[in-house]
Design a protein around this ligand. Structure first.
Ligand SMILES: [Zn+2]
Length: 253
């Protein structure tokens, strides 16, 4: 069992950053990155900050909105092992060890590689980052789950998520043999049972726009990125998409 604390996490991030850079050409800007190792119950603060930092009003208008916000928050807080918030401060990386117990170093490196790839992805593509933020603001105009009602807004958000996660998962997969060939992670049983119950609620309640569907899209996005990568055997085509994502968003619908 490896102790997941901020000191260990920072040390590992320093080992991962040069490998992400040599694969993608992206600097991880570790010096300005905020790193927090938090308890599950502290997640709510970051979830709220994620929206308030964008100037999005998440005050629920009615009980249905309120329920949705807190059921999403509960679900995320129990499932997520790590998350990167590009708009909180200069970028904030969160790790929740209550949700996973790495049995060896590789188990922790795996999650950190994924989250640091998000950091590099947003920090090195400022135009894409701004477009992503604008999309989020548009989606949530008029309420936390308002975008679900607007077909175009929902479709565009899905494309962004599929691309953002697909590329990150592909980077993680490419670095696996080098950085974490043998990850061993134990997931607490309490997490699994509660997560299953919450996931069922998520699928019913969010109707194709919740965390479960989002996780399904990671795999699909990764396949699309892999195909693009294989065309040239390098990242040129993929990096091009960041320059003008909305011209290519149809690829990820
Ligand atoms: Zn991700």
């Amino acid at each position: 069992m490896i102790d997941v604390n901020e000191k260990n996490v920072r040390k590992i991030l320093e080992e991962i950053a040069p490998e992400i850079e040599s694969l993608t050409g992206w600097d991880a800007y570790l010096d300005s990155l905020d790193v927090h190792v938090i308890k599950r119950k502290e997640y709510k603060d970051f979830f709220q900050k994620k929206y308030t930092s964008l100037g999005i009003n998440i005050q629920p208008k009615n009980i249905k909105e309120k329920l949705k916000f807190f059921s999403d928050c509960d679900l995320y807080s129990i499932i997520i092992t790590g998350e990167y918030f590009p708009a909180i401060g200069n970028g904030t990386l969160l790790i929740i060890p209550d949700n996973f117990k790495p049995e060896n170093k590789d188990g922790l490196v795996s999650t950190l590689t994924h989250e640091l790839a998000h950091r590099a992805q947003f920090a090195n593509n400022p135009k894409f980052f701004q477009q992503y933020i604008d999309m989020g603001k548009r989606y949530h105009t008029g309420g936390y789950s308002n975008g679900n009602k607007d077909k175009n807004s929902k479709k565009l958000r899905q494309s962004y998520m599929t691309f953002v996660e697909g590329d990150t998962c592909f980077i993680q997969e490419q670095l696996k043999p080098l950085l974490f060939p043998n990850p061993k992670v134990h997931y607490p049983v309490s997490t699994n049972l509660t997560a299953i119950a919450l996931l069922v609620g998520d699928i019913v309640f969010n109707k194709g726009n919740g965390l479960y569907e989002q996780m399904q899209r990671y795999t699909r996005g990764e396949k699309i990125i892999k195909n693009l990568y294989n065309l040239h055997r390098d990242r040129k085509g993929v990096n091009e998409i960041y320059k003008n994502f909305e011209d290519f968003s149809y690829l990820f619908e």
